[in-house]
Design a binder for this molecule. Sequence first.
Ligand code: 5U1
Length: 674
Amino acid sequence: MSDSVVVQIEQLRKLIDDHNYAYYVLDDPSIPDAEYDRLMRELQSLEQQFPDLITPDSPTQRVGAKVDTDFAKIEHLVPMLSLDNVFSDDELSAFAKRINDRLTVVDKREFVCEPKLDGAAVSLLYEQGKLIRAATRGDGRIGEDITQNIRTIKSIPLSLRGDFPNRVEVRGEVFMSKAAFDAHNELARKNNEKLFANPRNAAAGSLRQKDPAITAKRDLSIYVYSLGLAEGIESADTHFERLQQIKSWGLPVCTEIKIAQGVPELLNYYRSILERREALPYEIDGVVYKVNSIEDQEQLGFVARAPRWATAHKFPAQEEITLLERIDFQVGRTGAITPVARLKPVFVGGVTVSNVTLHNMDEIQRLDARIGDSVIIRRAGDVIPQVVSVILERRPEDAQVVQMPEQCPVCGSEVEREDEQAIYRCSGGLVCQAQRKEAIKHFASRKAMNVDGLGDKLVEQLVDEEYITNVADLYGLTAERLVDLERMGERSAEKLVEAIAASKRTTLAKFIYALGVREVGEVTAQTLASELQTLEAIENAKEEALLALPDIGPVVAKHIETFFANESNRAVITALLEAGVHWPEVVAVAPESQPLAGKTIVLTGSFESMGRNEAKDKLVQLGAKVSGSVSGKTSIVFAGPGAGSKLNKAQELGIEVQDEAALLTLFAQYEQSV
Ligand code: 5U1
């Protein structure tokens, strides 16, 4: 073995460690992933040729052998503390006052503010810079030895860098990012494996695997937040400086950490993190405030197992347990029957939740949900509430299995299931009052005929009171009749009739969309209008002709043909035309003369008024090419809140960047086309 191989191996390890440090600690990747993989492969190949040169701290040696025994118990060198909580501004002021009562009173004491990650607390022990032991928190005094699993986490250095102490124990939170959690669950769903209920369970569960090879696949991360013990180095004066030291040894420290002075600044931090909670790449359940001065921390000491110098300010819970009291079956516009869980009302994520959709029977089966079960409800940010899981241990003996009814709960028609798919449908069509109501709501909606003031409740009232039975009947309504409805004033009735009359002038695309043909959304309706140009041509198009149109597949083509072949649908269309619904003639536009022809547009961040897909469809209709990445060829970037690297790149390249308002102005300008 030549000296040069030893040097080459050392150089490769150093390079890989440097890249890990740049990626995980500095958050500034220095090489592309492919290049990193190449370096790893080169090192692996050399180590295979010269196995004597393999050392435990080599980056190739993260995954150790499976163990059959239980995790060994480890006594922490310094107990791992827990945190007290505050849940309100007043409780936070009381926390600050308790500190002032014990120390010299200061108006604006300095605190370090940190996000409180929702993961698993661990301690890592390094001796002479080498990771020698890692443990769970356990009861704070004794934890479990999870060294083999911790070694698989790529952001945890096996060797420290820089000017590290001889012996140092650090504490932090191991977590699974939201993206890793979603990816894991998606794969597990495909493979019919058990899903993780939340990223915290995912992190804790992954650290307790007997086979480190499984942990290695779990894409865990860590942020270190405190020092347990440090020998052979001068202690920093403040917690903030300690965190900088920890970072300089190559350990990842959260980038959201800030210094704040006095309670108002702590509250500002709390609110700003709460506002950005959904956009953060990891789950957090609050923030932590810590007195910055180590001298003050030492003077304050502890109560029971929590320090007096720190507290967690918790966010409102996003998950709560409640009772599944009943399941109702709702019938949608196309007859699809959706099971909806009726819950004992529960306050979660800042609102009271009493109904949650269960989507379909497959979902009920996946959850194994039964009436009478205790269920975990989650409501994160603005996301619609969902049933996360059932607490099987709490299942009462008389819990009832949920069954899809054989007859439609609204009209009594037979319920059908298509080709063993998850969706069941009422076969009643427009005989079913539920389907009729939904069809009218859809017809009147903003993106369809846009009947201002005709909301869902009013449609239900009109159908229930038998004012209308189909969409064409809307055009026969008069203000004189409408005023007889409950809660309908004269002025409102007149305004509604005016709005209905105004909706008569539309576009062919909107009219087709408004008819509610199955699987025909705005984009398909637009395609039909611009390709076939007249209602007559659309009505008479056969499946083969429809299949020749862009983005229309066999299922959609069949639905279109079936819809227009139906006598009663034809009769409603005739009645609508007789009532005066009309649109300007569609003029064919050559692709090159479309308004945004030749433009390459990138959408990034989130938009309030529409999803990114919807915006993309509209831009494509106007002739633009919509790309997923920014390059020199990009004409313009529309950026909403939460925009990140694409926005930065656009700014670097000097590409025009506009906001959502500009995008809406653009759409308004070409309204007839979209
Ligand atoms: N961010 C953060 N989380 N966390 C949890 N800091 C932090 N500090 C803790 C705990 C239990 O304890 C220290 C106060 C020692």
